[in-house]
Design a binder for this molecule. Structure first.
Ligand code: FMN
Length: 191
């Protein structure tokens, strides 16, 4: 395997995992996953993130019910996860300035960091799933967030108990152009 193949294998085999084995996530592996998040790049090196690691079964069960009214089924499966990372951010001055110029850097920072966590978990043999469908108010209360922090996502994590088929993706041609929007720049002739 050449130096970078492991990365491509990682992204090609990652799936959203919604069923987990009844087995806990070892503490040193939790630390390794968080270490990958710690190393993520961020705008002005602001590192606005804070992750709450939830292993308490009762809190996980409550989180799995913390969906907006009438849509519990979207995240109810999360009750079977042995661990949930609650990814939060705290807006810094640089984010306020960037936002004034139309840049959503806070959410970019959070997304990059979250995906570092997801891929690190995958590299260590765990399955995860990004959860964006939750009631901010309910989650804040359950994990005791300060007013300054916002919840970005819940990321349940555990040893996978399913092997889902890949979800469909757009073709490569549909997601890029060359030099100008819609232009091929002759790249289609190369492949
Ligand atoms: C920001 C974000 C929010 C998501 N929210 C949810 C969610 O609330 N519930 C859920 O079951 N899956 C959620 N997903 C998982 C997506 O449905 C999944 O990534 C997508 O269908 C592609 O499948 P794959 O991850 O297996 O490749 C979310 C994914 C992302 C990136």
């Amino acid at each position: 395997m050449d130096r970078w193949s492991a990365f491509f294998e990682l992204v090609e085999t990652r799936r959203s995992i919604r069923r987990f084995e009844d087995k806990e996530v070892e503490e040193e592996k939790i630390r390794k996953i968080l270490e990958a998040l710690r190393l993520a790049p961020s705008s002005s090196n602001s590192q606005p993130w804070h992750v709450v690691v939830v292993r308490d079964k009762e809190v996980i069960s409550a989180l799995s019910k913390a969906a907006p009214v009438g849509s519990r089924f979207v995240i109810s499966w999360m009750s079977g996860a042995p661990l949930v990372f609650v990814l939060t951010v705290r807006r810094k001055l640089t984010h306020r300035v960037a936002r004034a110029f139309g840049h959503a850097n806070l959410w970019l920072d959070a997304g990059i960091a979250g995906e570092h966590l997801v891929l690190a978990a995958q590299a260590l043999g765990f399955g995860t799933c990004w959860i964006g469908w939750f009631s901010e108010r309910k989650v804040r209360k359950l994990v005791g967030l300060t007013k300054a922090h916002e919840v970005v996502a819940l990321i349940p994590c555990g040893y996978p108990a399913e092997e889902p088929e890949p979800r469909p993706r757009k073709s490569l041609e549909e997601i890029f152009s060359v030099e100008r929007f819609g232009g091929s720049g002759g790249m289609d002739e190369i492949s």
